[in-house]
Design a protein around this ligand. Structure first.
Ligand code: ADP
Ligand code: MG
Length: 223
């Protein structure tokens, strides 16, 4: 009985997700189609819509990318020796233009005693990218984001702390649900994908947040 219930629960989650994905992709597609139709009739207006069309295409691309990440089985993980300082610095460099644009101070402290860490660079980078990019989004102009890597017990801890807008208890409860977003251009898939990847790497993830004060996300990964 229990197993049957679990199966039907799984099925309903899959159905909801499929409906959600279809909906999230259909919206930008409808917009793109509409603007292309107007442009076909009024060539003079094409330039006005070019940027919106590109935005909407980018949106579809990121939704599809996130879903491809979700469908990757844990067995596809390929562990490698990782220099954590190098990986984190690489990801933060990618976000530099975004942070600089907002005058956000993005700093990184690496205090690792046990250096022989094995993980999968692809997932690890994606986790950090998602966390740091959410931190930048949540941070006001001139804010601070502190990224840290350190050892705690026999685990590697990665933390991303911002002094941005924070999350209410209701928002915290919804975090990781597919398509939960408070952003105009958000997909609401980043946290869900991040949680899945941390679990794939046998790690844990915890959010601590206070509305108006900021958020600290802590990821613990086993050696
Ligand atoms: P998206 O970034 O596309 O909105 P995510 O799944 O990455 O989707 O995040 C979902 C929501 O969680 C965000 O829209 C935001 O409301 C909230 N959130 C995530 N990280 C933070 C953070 N560091 N500070 C404040 N809110 C956050
Ligand atoms: Mg995000």
């Amino acid at each position: 009985m229990g197993q049957l219930k679990e199966k039907s629960q799984q099925l309903s989650t899959i159905t909801q997700m499929a409906a959600g994905v279809a909906h999230e992709i259909k919206n930008p597609l409808t917009a793109i189609k509409g603007f292309l139709q107007i442009g076909a009739v009024n060539p003079d207006l094409r330039d006005n819509y070019y940027e919106i069309i590109l935005d909407e295409v980018n949106r579809i691309e990121s939704i599809v990318q996130d879903f491809m990440m979700l469908s990757k089985p844990k067995s596809s993980i390929q562990l490698e020796k990782i220099d954590i300082e190098e990986v984190v610095s690489y990801v933060l460099r990618l976000l530099d233009p975004e942070a600089t644009g907002k005058n956000v101070d993005l700093s990184f402290t690496c205090d690792i005693v046990e250096k022989s860490f094995e993980s999968e660079p692809k997932r690890l980078k994606q986790i950090l990218l998602n966390l740091a990019s959410n931190a930048i989004d949540a941070t006001e102009e001139d804010g601070d984001i502190r990224v840290a890597a350190y050892n705690k017990g026999d685990e590697l801890v990665l933390s991303v702390k911002d002094d941005g807008q924070g999350l209410s208890d209701q928002q915290l409860a919804k975090l990781g649900e597919p398509f939960f977003t408070t952003k105009e251009k958000g997909t609401g898939l980043g946290v869900m994908v991040t949680k899945k990847m941390v679990t794939d790497l046998n790690g844990t993830i915890a959010y601590q947040s206070e509305l108006g004060k900021g958020t600290c996300v802590t990821v613990c990964l086993p050696y």
